[in-house]
Ligand binder design. Sequence first.
Ligand SMILES: Cc1ccc([C@@H]2N[C@@H](C)[C@@H](O)[C@H]2O)cc1
Length: 449
Amino acid sequence: PVPLRYGAQYTGMRTDEAMQQWRSHRFGQFIHWGLYAIPGGVWNGKTYNYAAEFLKSSARIPTATWDSLMYQFNPREFDARAWAKMAKQMGARYMTITTKHHEGFCLWPTKFTDFNISNTPFRRDILKELVDAYNAEGIDVNFYYSVLDWHHPDWRYDIKSPEDSVAFRRFLDFAGNQLKELATNYPTVKAFWFDGTWDSSIKKNGWWTLEAEQMLKSVRPGMIVNSRLRADDFGKRHFDSNNQLMGDYESGYERRLPNPVKDLQVTKWDWEACMTVPENQWGYHRDWTVSHVKSPLELLEMLVHATSMGGNFLLNFGPDGNGGFRNEERHIAQFIGKWMEKNGPVIWDCGYAGWEKQDWGYFTRKNGSAHVNMIVFNKPVSGLLKVKVKGDVKILSAKAGGKAYRVEEIAKNEYFIHFTDRKMTEPRVIVLETAKASEAADKYQDART
Ligand SMILES: Cc1ccc([C@@H]2N[C@@H](C)[C@@H](O)[C@H]2O)cc1
């Protein structure tokens, strides 16, 4: 392997309590909220279809003009407790909030720039209200932080001169100070979700990305950081030049999920996929007719899909400039919440079952359990659900609620579950009880004698 100073700091999955908690949550609520929520993708009467949080660049708005939105930020409807209740009802176990997005506006009263919530008509510390409200509902809070900063004069996309180096060094000190401030002043924060780290200026300063990770973990032992923060000695990101994952979980799945057949490598490490409800809107956009809006069922299937491959699913909400959620978002939360109320146990604390993906849906398994969960989305015409088990395993029973389904062994390690449900109105969970084939044989042995 190539000797690295700023590469992966450890190999394998973390087994400490904090990481086990993060991993067991499986389902998180992403919240993108900032000045971009005020115009909501519309500027001077023109609607820009690209992501609303990029309106500043889509509409080529001068920084001074964009930054003056700060004087309008006064979300009267904002109620952190109501947000937290909606997330709780949805079945989310953690929430990731944009402390600062690319625009550079800070949702907390930071000491390191005036471009923050305390200089708005609203004044209140939104971050503190959210952390307190979500924690009170038993939901962990993580911080999204964009290193890329359109507001800060010392930001550089690349380092092309000694002046760039001096300025960018000041910028990295600024970012480091903000990160330390966040980890210190909000002591219950569990993880940092870094974004805006793809530019050459960062890739040429891999040392800083490791220093930021180490600083956060020294301020808060157990802190979790995503792979997207990290660049190694050669500017390689996410996976270092020895192909080792940097940070504590892979965060490369944005608006896409790993393939359940071809991408099984992800089951070897922690990872999280983040997802928009429209095709590509993270911040609030006034007009959702500009693209496909995913249905609650599509999003529920993605949550199950991620869990089935041992990953987390971070579903995005974009509150408007007043602090309200769209009806589509409320409906999604209510729909998924209703399903999770009954079936949360096949998501929370669950992961990759180790069996081959089948067409009818997904397997999940609570770590180490002899029970394997089937979440059925696509009932076949035959009503026969194929299950291929691995190794010394026999299926003893298949149950949904109190009802048992016939388990038919059709070949070695292959079964049909006779799924006689007539009409499927929602994804159905069938729990398989398994035992070691060798031991199970003894069980039959007993029956025969
Ligand atoms: C090209 C591009 C840059 C940044 C993004 C940001 N990452 C997501 C997690 C959102 O924050 C989006 O604004 C998306 C696409």
